[in-house]
Design a protein around this ligand. Structure first.
Ligand code: SF4
Length: 64
């Protein structure tokens, strides 16, 4: 199954992804991003793709 890859170095905690999919992406009090589920099902894919496309730092990608 496809998986989300997150680059900690690129991420600047803009929080766009947490707005798009708050059940999957969460920023903690130290502005570190936590991904609750890395696996991307076909049903979830459109939402995750939006997070990837709209991340202003290109810190998210999907690995097949
Ligand atoms: S949108 Fe991008 S930069 Fe912002 S928290 Fe998510 S992964 Fe990090």
């Amino acid at each position: 199954m496809a998986k989300i890859v997150h680059d900690d170095v690129l991420c600047e905690a803009h929080g766009v992804c947490t707005t798009i999919d708050p059940s999957r992406f969460e920023l903690d009090d130290d502005d570190r991003l936590h991904i609750h589920d890395h696996e991307v099902s076909d049903a979830d894919r459109p939402t995750v793709e939006q997070a990837v496309i709209r991340c202003p730092r290109q810190a998210l990608s999907i690995r097949e």
